[in-house]
Ligand binder design. Structure first.
Ligand code: TPP
Ligand code: MG
Length: 692
């Protein structure tokens, strides 16, 4: 610290009127729609106004400005906290949008939605997740600076920015806040400032029935810089100390080697005359009498959506002017940076436009068995020099997931280096610790930041621990990459706790998630390329622990390039006219090939289809789908070491599935595969029963 204070609180009467306008609007919007969350939006209006109007670098005319600070409403139910500010700022929302709160097609959905409302940087609502996204954004800001402008003085780079997030009691109760905040402390994320709205109220009333810990001590233990601002004056009298809050923000900004938590003690719904402090204002309309009383208290006319026009005008002028000044300063710096760093500027141009260079993917020796996880690791190492924007790591399973690019430094402060891992604040290998849920949220936060691509890895069975983040990635349509190895009972001795059974099916039902399970090393390289090409949805890459054959292609077997289509004819029936189709994915493609050989010997014309990604195949045109799975061939068998759920779509009413409908067992992977029917013989027998 030590720097003289440079943010004087210019807070005139119209600023206060604007804050009160936000309060009135939150109350009226919920009243009109009949439901929503007014309480916290009312009590936090001064915080949100302060951030938007006095603190953040925001250009209300450009939600894509690279230099903008990021704001996340982790307490997503309080979306009105942000919507009212976007209205006051003239940043894409108008009064009409507030009147349409939570209604069909409006720009003001119940919870903030990315890609839907300008300046909403992330979809939030599942509590706590926003903190993990903010941590990811803070890590991304450092990474981006490292990629493009590593030598600039602290705070001087065009890539420097702050990430602000508002969290509530619920966020703090959720485990993901612990996972993500612990990681943020280790990462020394000085560009992250989280406000904790400590109002002691959640849906069931006072939080002390379930939440009594010392949150300050917890965050100090994580290595955060912690400050308190009390707007309740100990509960006796309300003292909305905006200057005090601004001082805390400034102090937080000056601490560059720790993330900051500012615990702001508030009374939910303050200054509602009768209902303040009650959980009844958390998520229900206030009622006409209370709204009239509020308007009286704040000296507003008792009509719906009574805004103070002069206050709105001042707010819009203020933020426009601040935005323009910040923008001009930034533009000048940016031009100088471009001129001084032509190579980096070219890279920035490429990644901003989501353009991939022509990728050179490794080729794998035919006939040499290799696990797809190992192949994936080789692909990543080969991509390292071609795609500087690609980075990622594992939740403590790097050696098993094969996610470390050869020679890449780790992304953490150098002082934390170990014999195994050399750290660098701009490094590339991510270490999430055993924190799968936070890993998902952090990867999403990184990807949301827009300039880099990130992946996070664990065992497939633990995709359950990160499912909410995977779902949010799909909902946001962002290209997060999840790498899940150890993909079946083929895991072996670790036994049923570690053997995925229902996971492929459970992931495939998430709309918009590509579940990609390559069958050999050659397919692994191709699908990596395809996943990287897709920039509008997430993918899960499912990899085997065990070695798989990598057969010769080009003769009897089609080129692996076809894997990019999601499914393809790997081996055509010898007659060219199949009587039977075997469909395999991942480690079971080999069983289909083996079975086809035996069936052909018995005179049964058998086609083998490799189907690494159902979603990609479903998106291909009908002619192509018909060419791979002709409707005339109804004798079909799918082979996949997971539950059969979902496969009827491909095998049809007359087909059959080779699957596993129960938990696995602790024994060698080969033994498990054999015992559970993933054998050539069982595929042959199943095929014969279908033909009968
Ligand atoms: C993961 C998750 N679980 C449950 C909910 C449902 N929910 C929405 S708000 C809320 C209470 C939040 O309390 P708090 O964060 O203190 O917000 P406040 O009432 O102070 O606005 C709950 C349980 C949710 N949104 N997300
Ligand atoms: Mg609360």
């Amino acid at each position: 610290m030590g720097k003289a204070r440079n943010m004087e609180l210019n807070w005139n009467e119209l600023d206060q009127r604007a804050v009160d306008t936000a309060r009135i609007l939150a109350a009226d919007a919920v009243e009109k729609t009949g439901n929503g969350h007014p309480g916290t939006a009312i009590s936090l209006a001064p915080l949100a106004y302060l951030l938007y109007q006095k603190v953040m670098n925001t250009d209300p005319t450009d939600d894509q400005w690279l230099g903008r600070d990021r704001f996340l409403m982790s307490a997503g139910h309080s979306s009105l906290t942000q919507y009212t500010q976007l209205y006051l700022a003239g940043a894409g929302l108008e009064l009409q949008d507030l009147k349409e709160l939570r209604t069909w097609g409006s720009r003001t959905p119940g919870h903030p939605e990315y890609h839907h409302t300008k300046f909403v940087e992330c979809t939030t609502g599942p509590l706590g997740a926003g903190i993990s996204n903010a941590v990811g954004m803070a890590m991304a800001a450092r990474k981006e600076r490292g990629l493009f402008d590593p030598d600039a003085a602290a705070g001087e780079s065009v890539f420097d920015r702050f990430i602000y997030a508002i969290a509530g009691d619920g966020c703090m109760e959720e485990g993901i806040s612990s996972e993500a905040s612990s990681l943020a402390g280790t990462q020394e994320l000085g560009n992250l400032i989280v406000f904790y709205d400590d109002n002691h109220i959640s849906i069931e009333g006072q939080t002390k029935i379930a939440f009594t810990e010392d949150v300050d001590a917890r965050y100090e233990a994580y290595g955060w810089h912690v400050q308190n601002v009390d707007w309740t004056n100990g509960g006796t009298e309300y003292a909305e100390d905006v200057q005090g809050l601004l001082d805390a923000i400034e102090a937080a900004q000056q601490v560059t080697d720790k993330p900051s938590m500012i615990r702001l003690t508030t009374i939910i719904g303050w200054p509602l005359p009768n209902l303040q402090g009650s959980h009844s204002v958390h998520g229900a309309k206030l009622g006409a009498a209370e709204i009239t009383a509020l308007k009286q208290e704040l000296d507003f006319e008792d009509i719906p959506f009574a805004v103070d026009e002069a206050a709105v005008e001042q707010a819009r002028e203020n933020i426009s002017q601040r935005g323009e000044e910040a923008r001009n300063r930034w533009n000048k710096k940016f031009e100088a940076w471009q001129q001084g760093n032509p190579e980096a500027a070219k890279l920035l141009d490429r990644v901003r436009n989501h353009v991939l260079p022509e990728l050179e993917l490794p080729e794998f020796e035919a006939g040499k068995a290799v696990s797809t996880r190992k192949a994936s690791g080789e692909v990543l190492s080969a991509l390292a020099s071609q795609l500087p924007e690609l980075w990622g790591g594992s939740a403590d399973l790097a050696g098993s997931n094969n996610t470390t690019m050869k020679g890449a430094a780790s992304f953490f402060p150098e002082s934390q280096s170990t014999d195994e891992w050399q750290g660098n604040k701009y490094g590339r290998t991510l270490h999430f610790g055993v924190r799968e849920h936070a890993m998902g949220g952090v990867v999403n936060g990184i990807v949301l930041s827009g300039l880099t691509r990130a992946y996070g890895a664990t065992f497939l069975v633990f995709s359950d621990y990160m499912r909410p983040a995977v779902r949010l990635a799909a909902l946001m349509q962002i290209p997060s990459i999840f790498v899940w190895s150890h993909d079946s009972v083929g895991v072996g001795e670790d036994g049923p706790t570690h053997q995925p059974i229902e996971h492929l099916a459970a992931l495939r039902v998430i709309p918009g998630l590509d579940v990609v399970r390559p069958g050999d090393a050659a397919e692994t390289a191709v699908v990596w390329g395809q996943i990287l090409k897709n920039d509008a949805n997430p993918a899960g890459l499912i990899l085997s622990r065990q070695d798989l054959p990598n057969p010769e292609r080009g003769g009897a077997l089609a080129s692996a390039e076809n894997a990019a289509k999601g499914a393809y004819v790997l081996k055509e029936a010898s007659s060219g006219e199949p009587q039977l189709i075997l469909i395999g994915t991942g480690s079971e493609v080999q069983h289909c090939l083996g079975a086809a050989e035996q069936l052909e010997e018995q005179g049964i014309a058998t086609r083998v289809v490799s189907m690494p990604c159902q979603e990609w195949f479903n998106q291909s045109d009908e002619d192509y789908r018909e060419s791979v799975l002709p409707s005339s061939v109804t004798a079909r068998v799918s082979v996949e070491a997971g539950v059969a759920s979902g496969w009827s779509r491909y095998v049809g009413a007359k087909g059959a599935t080779v699957s596993i409908e129960h938990f696995g067992a602790s024994a060698s992977g080969n033994r498990c595969m054999d015992e559970f029917g993933f054998t050539v013989d069982n595929v042959v027998n199943t095929a014969m029963s279908v033909l009968d």
